[in-house]
Design a protein around this ligand. Structure first.
Ligand code: DGP
Length: 117
């Protein structure tokens, strides 16, 4: 498991690593993804280090709901609320999760296919 001291998203959250921050509050931070897959590609993360979806417990439920709430507010700010957007959480290697700190991808500004590749 990646130690918190080595987690790049913990470092972004603490300000140790730079990122284009689009939103922050006490518990949640959102920043532009470094490898944009769409005109809008923002990562919304809990500041608390939760490695991924399978490490969510009852104590995290409200926090994770807030990720979706914050993503919907950013979608509004980015003016993709009515055109539509996709929220993605990759979990584990088959899904291609690279960063072991829970994150919600907010993707929009283009049309997506379904099913995803
Ligand atoms: P995932 O595959 O779901 O673990 O997505 C991780 C995303 O994180 C990927 O789209 C690229 C992004 N990413 C990785 N390292 C950095 C970084 O240092 N800064 C920023 N802004 N994004 C990063």
């Amino acid at each position: 498991m990646v130690a918190m001291q080595e987690c790049i998203f913990c470092k972004i959250s603490s300000g140790e690593l730079p990122a284009k921050i689009v939103y922050t509050d006490r518990d949640v931070i959102a920043f532009e993804d470094i490898n944009k897959e769409a005109p809008v590609h923002v990562l919304v993360i809990p500041k608390k280090h939760i490695p991924g979806a399978n490490k969510v417990d009852k104590g995290n439920i409200e926090l994770l709901g807030r990720l979706v709430y914050v993503a919907s507010k950013i979608a509004k700010d980015k003016k993709i609320e009515s055109s539509g957007y996709r929220l993605v959480i990759n979990s584990g290697k088959d899904a291609g999760q690279d960063v072991l700190h829970m994150h919600l991808h907010l993707l929009g500004g283009r049309k997506f296919t379904w099913p995803p590749g």
